[in-house]
Ligand binder design. Sequence first.
Ligand code: SF4
Ligand code: MG
Length: 314
Amino acid sequence: VSKHFSIPSPRALRPTERKVLRAVDGVSLSIAPGETFALVGESGSGKSTLGRIAVRLSEPTSGTVTFSGQDVTHYSGRQLRRLRPRMQVIFQDPLGALNPRMTAGKIVAEPLQAIGGLRGSALDDRVDELFRAVGLDPAQRLARPRTLSGGQRQRVGIARAIALNPDLILADEAVSALDVSVQAQIANLLDELRENLGIGYLFIAHGLPIVRQLAQRIGVMYLGRLVECGPADEVLRNPRHPYTRALIGASPVARRRARRERVVLAGDPPNPLSPPSGCRFRTRCPQAMDLCASQPPPTVEITPGYTAECHLLQ
Ligand code: SF4
Ligand code: MG
């Protein structure tokens, strides 16, 4: 898929002048049922835009979104509402995402009533069951979001997201705002739900340790392109793209492990409004060649289901 935004040029000479921001450009990926697909990359690489397209919170400018064999690219509001229980979202800031005036119990009960049609003791039992499933005491049903800890709030958000048995959950930086120890607990919970309920995740993160813990597959984004995409253990053990190597080299674990071989990622990513010609990573790539400025790199298949975009791999 691709997603372009038309935005006013920052240094527009005429007020009508607009530039096209290609937030996501020609990206293709698939998530298997019950799989955690992690999307990593610096901020502004297009991860969130791609995530929103994948669960149809946003419509792509071009390309196709397929869910369970159905083309949902241009689903209308009514069709999307019917699809929504199967595609849920967990947000980064549960305090902003949860209604502060509702109790935790009401927050979880709401989709069960409104869409699931549950009432009375069946509703009560299901809310209790969901609280237990996410490691909350059902006695906390009466608590309001503000009185809960960050981890507990995220558990409430997860209970609500899984209430209607979704197939896919978009978790966009869902643990990034939490303390590291709580991050690991929430990651464990998500993984347990994946195993027990067969939920698939599109897990957007910038921290590699958490990705290492959770993901079966990894996609690495740079300036709107998916530059490397493959099995998590392979990508982490033997990254093929210079950008992935730099990202992994920048993580604390790798820094200890391979101080000498690490690639230093200098500077900020270029302005996405005018990305470099040829390979978009060339202005920061330690291995850039003349060819990289004139030709966009091809997508090279390393093994079936494992691709990377770099001239060096040809
Ligand atoms: Fe570096 Fe060239 Fe490969 Fe781009 S195509 S990552 S600039 S070597
Ligand atoms: Mg983001």
